[in-house]
Design a protein around this ligand. Structure first.
Ligand SMILES: Nc1ncnc2c1ncn2[C@@H]1O[C@H](COP(=O)(O)OP(=O)(O)OP(=O)(O)O)[C@@H](O)[C@H]1O
Ligand SMILES: [Mg+2]
Length: 326
């Protein structure tokens, strides 16, 4: 009586099951990658350079054959039904392919012809995607003169020409300045609001955190963790106390780390040069003993802070390293 009974679960928009890829040269780029993306979600593959993100994405868009496993997009098998898959998806590649002499609009016209859109329909569609990505005012300028952010917007507009139900974006904001990144995030949210399912790759923690409904953390060709950013952060439990020692105490870091690892309420300690990140159940109760250990080991403290787990803490916890080791 007015109660919605949940029927059979709605099929995922994207499903990867045990995907693997060994390139002809012998590099294993993906090993047993599995995840599902629900219709209308923004899903992120987060991982460092060489993790296997582009490889996974290229399997899903049917241009790369997996060595093992299988994948479906909107219920269609990417190996068995590539043509049907391609008719339903859009793709924004990692490397932009912008011609130097064409205007933004001409790029889109070329693409519309490639997709066999009728001319009248194409013109309307082109105007729509240009305004969707905020490029209408630059449409008739030569794309060569666009800024990095504008070029990326044109890439996204290109991916939208076929009116995709699922859009794949490889590093949508790589190398952009902060303002352009925020604008692209807005456009991606707008696409989501229109019901488009989006799978993107990124190695920006804040992009994964703020833009994605759910993420899979990928490292060395494997999924290390999966969930919404807030679930993943909450899943770590406890907070992070971060100690910065005097650089002169570098040799004492390991001893201090061992001393702190044994304390009650301490869940994990990771060190990077003169910085110790300590995951604790409660900073208030653990801090006095931690500070005593610092003194007992003869270390000088330069800085101490504590915070709720952030996505960089999640990444570290599941992969044992920072996403960008500088
Ligand atoms: N065509 C190819 N032939 C051989 N090896 C490849 C090929 N493409 C990628 N690789 C290797 O596969 C691994 C994964 O590469 P991939 O491009 O999928 O990583 P990624 O996560 O997208 O990295 P990035 O963040 O740098 O874009 C890397 O070791 C890479 O060198
Ligand atoms: Mg890549």
């Amino acid at each position: 009586m007015g109660v919605t009974v949940s029927g059979p679960a709605i099929a995922p928009a994207i499903e990867a099951a045990g995907l693997s890829k060994v390139y002809p040269g012998g590099t294993t780029a993906a090993e047993d990658i599995s995840f599902q993306v629900g219709a209308g979600e923004v899903f992120g593959l987060l991982g460092p350079n060489g993790a296997g993100k582009t490889t996974t994405l290229r399997i899903l868009i049917t241009v790369l054959r997996p060595s093992g496993g299988h994948a479906r997009v909107l219920g269609l098998d990417v190996v068995e039904q590539p043509t049907q898959v391609r008719q339903l998806i859009g793709y924004v590649p990692q490397e932009r392919a912008i011609d130097r002499f064409l205007t933004g609009r001409e790029h889109l016209e070329l693409l519309a012809a490639l997709y066999h859109l009728p001319k009248a329909h194409a013109a309307a569609r082109i105007d729509e995607v240009l305004s969707l990505v905020g490029l209408a005012h630059k449409a008739d300028e030569v794309a060569r003169n666009y800024s990095g952010g504008m070029k990326r917007k044109l890439d996204i507009a290109c991916g939208l020409i076929p009116s995709p139900k699922v859009l794949f974006m490889d590093e949508p904001t790589l190398g952009l300045d902060v303002e352009s990144r925020l604008k692209i995030w807005d456009h991606i949210r707008e696409l989501k609001a229109r019901g488009i399912t989006i799978l993107l790759t990124t190695n920006y923690l804040d992009e994964a955190d703020q833009l994605c409904d759910r993420i899979a953390i990928i490292d060395a060709g494997r999924v290390k963790a999966m969930g919404s950013p807030s679930e993943l952060k909450a899943g770590l439990g406890g907070d992070v106390v971060s100690l910065t020692l005097s650089p002169a105490d570098l040799a004492k870091v390991e001893g201090l780390s061992q001393a702190i690892k044994g304390q009650a309420g301490v869940r994990a300690v990771s060190t990077k040069q003169n910085v110790l990140d300590i995951r604790v159940a409660s900073p208030e109760s653990s801090l006095p003993a931690i500070l005593s250990a610092v003194t007992a080991q003869g270390c000088r403290l330069e800085f101490v802070e504590y915070h709720r787990p952030r996505l960089d803490d999640v990444f570290l916890a599941y992969t044992g390293r920072k996403i960008k080791d500088e």
